[in-house]
Design a protein around this ligand. Structure first.
Ligand code: SF4
Length: 330
C-alpha cells in the first residue's frame, strides 16, 4: 500500500476527475501582501521569509514564461500533460479586480492549463473576487480558493502576527461556500505556544465549517524571519520529526474520507532553512506518515464520524478551547 491508499490525495482526485495526471505549477504574479504594507499589519507573519519582498523591485518572469518552464520540468518528472496555475507567492487576491482578471486570464490562456488555485489570506477575498472565481468555475475550469488560516486560535494568530482573526476566516468560508467554490484551508502544525490539542481543534473547526481540501505544513524556521530570532534565542523549539508524523497521522485519521489533502508536509530550500532539518526531506516525511498509518492499520477517516465536532468548537468558544489545550498539554 502507498500513501495514496491511506490518504485522499489531490493527485488521485485529479486523475479520477480529469482522466489523467494534473499538476499545479507555482506562479509568482508579483503580488504584495497587506500584512506587510500596513494595510492589515506591518512586518508580515513571523515565519514568512520576506528577504526578497520588495513590491517595487521584485519583478518575476511573465506568467506565460513561468507556466512554460513549469510545464517542462513537471512533464519531465511526472509525464503530466494537464496543469493548474497555482498563484502561490504572497497574497494573490490583493489587487483591484481588473488586474486580477488580467493575471488569471493570462494563466488560463496557456495551453493545457485547466484551472487555477489561488492562495490568499481570509481577509482578502471580497465578493468581487469570489464572483470572479465562480465565473471561471462556471466556464468549466478547475478552481480552488486556498485560504491560509494556520490556526483557529486568535492568541496564536496574534503571536505570529497574522493580522487577521478566526472571524474573518469564517466569513470568507461562508461567502465562498455560498458560491459553491472549492476551498482548501492551510493549517500549520507546530505553531508557537500550540500543542497537538490545538491543531486537532483547528482541524475540527475547519471541517465543521465545511471545506473541500486541506494543506498541512510543519512550521519551519527560515532565514530572515522574526521566528528565526526567537529560535536563536531559544524561545521557539520546532517539532521533532516523530512528533510531526504522528500528529499528522492523527489529523488524517480524524478527516472524513472525501476531504482532499493537497499537501501533508512542506519543504523549504536548504539555502534558507534553519530548522528543523528534517523539513528538507519531503519524501522521508511522507514515508514516515504512511508508515505510522500502516502500523496503526488506519487511514483517512478511520477516526471520524458523528460526534467529531464538539459543540464548544461549533459555538466558537476558543478561549475555553485554548485553556483546555493548555491544561491537556501539561
Ligand atoms: S505568510 Fe502570507 S500573509 Fe503572512 S506576511 Fe507572508 S505573504 Fe503575507
Amino acid at each position: 500500500m502507498t500513501l495514496a491508499d491511506r490518504v485522499n490525495t489531490f493527485g488521485q482526485v485529479m486523475v479520477a476527475r480529469h482522466g489523467e495526471r494534473v499538476h499545479k505549477i507555482a506562479i509568482d504574479a508579483g503580488f504584495s501582501c497587506p500584512n506587510r504594507d500596513g494595510t492589515k499589519g506591518r512586518g508580515g507573519c513571523t515565519f514568512c521569509n520576506n528577504i526578497s519582498f520588495s513590491p517595487n523591485g521584485r519583478k518575476p518572469p511573465s506568467i506565460a514564461n513561468q507556466i512554460t518552464a513549469g510545464k517542462r520540468v513537471i512533464h519531465k518528472r511526472t509525464r503530466a500533460r494537464k496543469f493548474i496555475a497555482y498563484f502561490q507567492a504572497y497574497t494573490n487576491t490583493y489587487a483591484d479586480i481588473g488586474h486580477l482578471r488580467v493575471q488569471y486570464d493570462q494563466a488560463l490562456a496557456e495551453a493545457d492549463v485547466i484551472g487555477l488555485s489561488v492562495g490568499t489570506r481570509p481577509d482578502c477575498v471580497p465578493p468581487a473576487v469570489l464572483d470572479l472565481l465562480a465565473e471561471y468555475r462556471d466556464r468549466g475550469f478547475e478552481i480552488w480558493l486556498e485560504l491560509g488560516l494556520q490556526s483557529i486560535f486568535d492568541t496564536t494568530l496574534e503571536r505570529v502576527n497574522r493580522g487577521h482573526s478566526l472571524v474573518e476566516y469564517e466569513q470568507a468560508v461562508r461567502a465562498a461556500r455560498a458560491r459553491h467554490l472549492n476551498i482548501c484551508t492551510h493549517l500549520i502544525v507546530g505553531l508557537p505556544g500550540e500543542t497537538e490539542c490545538h491543531v486537532i481543534r483547528s482541524l475540527d473547526h475547519v471541517l465543521a465549517l465545511g471545506v473541500q481540501g486541506l494543506k498541512l505544513h510543519p512550521l519551519h524556521v527560515v532565514k530572515g524571519t522574526r521566528l528565526a530570532n526567537d529560535w536563536r534565542q531559544g524561545e521557539y523549539r520546532p517539532l521533532s520529526y516523530e512528533q510531526y508524523i504522528h500528529t499528522v497521522a492523527d489529523l488524517i485519521e480524524r478527516t472524513p474520507p472525501g476531504i482532499i489533502y493537497h499537501r501533508i508536509t512542506g519543504t523549504a530550500s536548504r539555502e534558507i532553512l534553519l530548522a528543523p532539518d528534517w523539513c528538507a526531506c519531503k519524501w522521508k516525511v511522507l514515508n514516515g506518515i504512511e508508515s505510522v498509518l500502516r502500523h496503526r492499520h488506519t487511514r483517512q477517516g478511520s477516526h471520524c464520524g458523528p460526534g467529531l465536532f464538539p459543540s464548544t468548537v461549533l459555538a466558537g468558544s476558543h478561549t475555553d478551547d485554548h485553556r483546555q489545550c493548555i491544561v491537556s498539554s501539561l
